[in-house]
Design a protein around this ligand. Structure first.
Ligand code: CMX
Length: 425
């Protein structure tokens, strides 16, 4: 048995008992009210979901199991997955065991490559990536166990198996999507001696003699791992999961939401916006030029990608971490310098637009420039990197939800006429 499963078998039962007792005792306590504006406003701020893997306080940004992200940027993604799931960072033995589990499960079924090869050459990388996940659904251990009559209390166990099986394969799948979609040549085999992030870098095939690109990839995969339960990808995935659809269905569904330009696709849009400013002004623009460009974007009815957030009200700590990386590894890169200058200018512009609640950069504002620096210039691929990372949070949330035995998600909708009645209109 993996050490991760053994640890969860030991730690989950008392947590589950405590939650059951707490909910029983306080069942009638009110935790949120919903106004009409919220009902018609994407339920912003309405509390009614449970997520124990991470939280996003508006004034802090991502906190994973009580630890602020800024204190986790030196951790590798495997450590983060362990933390999301168990609430603790792994010791050396536990980390090595998780890495061994990934290695044992990383071979991708041949039919996945065939399906990807058969997709139209101009498919979006996210469509390819998500298709590869969905096409593996027949491998689901949860589905097999469910069909064999597994007890509800054990649902989390095959969900953990599905998680490990999927996470182990995502770097190879993601790397092949990159090589296939952008004509980079043959698929590169996995290197069993490398960790999850470095192996992904290796299979992408981008030259990295210094190891700095692998360093960035590990950071990237760590920073994008989870963002509590209410964002589009997490919420979509957990809704699908709550129907006892297995993780191949629910992860794919969640990541389809990540492919939207207001969510994860913003990182592709963001670098495009930065490069557009450089094209228009023949190089790194001055602050005045950037300010004008920002106003032109807003006045043409478009959003400034990489800025604003539904929950955050401060600079995203994930952006801070990327900015720090850029300052250390590529301070003279003109694209990075432009990103840095955009950060000096755009919040002041957005602050002047009354309706915008958060003028600060989010995770997507800076990451593209760093990838671009190392030669990954295909913007439409960037959300796949985000997905490989976010799969950790979605899987961890699914395992925990199954362990808690939470029911199918089914909030109530009403027609407008009923809301009018309710509001006395
Ligand atoms: N540029 C221009 N307008 C913006 C804006 C931005 N960066 N951020 C918010 N606004 C606008 C909204 O479009 C909205 O306008 P309308 O009322 O006309 O529709 C208004 O300001 C109020 O929005 P808000 O309450 O501040 O923000 P929301 O919670 O509705 O939306 C988000 C949040 C992220 C979708 C929005 O800030 C946005 O579109 N940002 C740009 C896209 C982006 O970077 N997305 C990535 C987010 C991180 C992630 O999920 O990956």
């Amino acid at each position: 048995m993996s050490l991760l499963k053994a640890k969860l078998e030991h730690t989950l039962p008392p947590i589950i008992d405590e939650i059951r007792a707490f909910v029983k005792e306080k069942a009638a306590s009110e935790v949120s009210k919903v106004t009409l504006a919220q009902a018609y406003g994407g339920l912003r701020g309405v509390k009614g979901l449970v997520c124990d893997t991470s939280e996003v306080p508006p004034d802090k940004g991502l906190v994973i199991r009580g630890i602020e992200l800024k204190n986790l940027t030196d951790k590798i993604p495997e450590e983060i997955f362990w933390l999301l799931l168990t609430g603790d960072l792994p010791n050396d033995e536990e980390l090595a065991d998780l890495q061994k589990e990934y290695k044992a499960r990383e071979d991708v079924p041949g039919y996945v490559w065939d399906v990807l090869d058969a997709m139209p050459a101009d498919s979006h990388p996210m469509a390819m990536f998500n298709t590869a996940i969905l096409v593996m659904q027949k491998e689901s251990e949860f589905m097999k166990a469910y069909n064999s009559g597994i007890q509800k209390a054990d649902y989390w166990k095959p969900t953990l198996e599905d998680s490990l099986n999927i996470l182990a394969k995502l770097p190879a799948i993601g790397a092949y999507v990159y090589r296939k979609r952008f004509g980079k040549g043959e698929r590169i085999d996995t290197d069993k001696s490398l960790d999850w992030g470095a192996n992904y870098t290796h299979m992408l095939g981008i030259p990295d003699d210094s190891g700095d690109f692998a360093r960035l990839m590990r950071l990237y995969l760590t920073l994008h791992c989870d963002h509590e339960g209410g964002n589009v990808s997490a919420y979509s995935a957990s809704t699908i999961n709550s129907a006892l659809s297995d993780l191949y269905y629910s992860l794919c569904g969640g990541l389809n939401g990540l492919a939207g330009p207001l969510h994860g696709l913003a990182n592709q849009e963001c670098l495009g916006w930065v490069l557009e400013t450089m094209k228009q002004f023949n190089g790194a623009p001055t602050p005045e030029e950037l300010e004008k460009f920002a106003w032109d974007t807003l006045n043409s009815g478009k959003v400034i990608p990489g800025y604003g957030h539904a929950v955050l009200r401060v600079t995203d700590p994930r952006f801070d971490a990327f900015l720090a990386f850029g300052k250390e590894y590529m301070p003279d890169d003109p694209v990075f310098q432009t990103v840095s200058r955009v950060f000096d200018v755009v919040p002041n512009v957005l602050r002047q637009v009354k309706k915008i609640k958060d003028p600060w950069p989010n995770v997507d504002a800076g990451s593209g420039a760093l990838l671009y620096h190392y030669g990954m210039k295909e913007f439409s691929y960037y959300t796949v990197l985000f997905s490989v990372s976010r799969a950790m949070g979605i899987c961890a949330q699914a395992i925990i939800t199954r362990a808690y035995g939470l029911p199918i998600i089914r909030p109530k909708s009403l027609p407008t006429a009923k809301y009018k009645e309710l509001c006395g209109a």
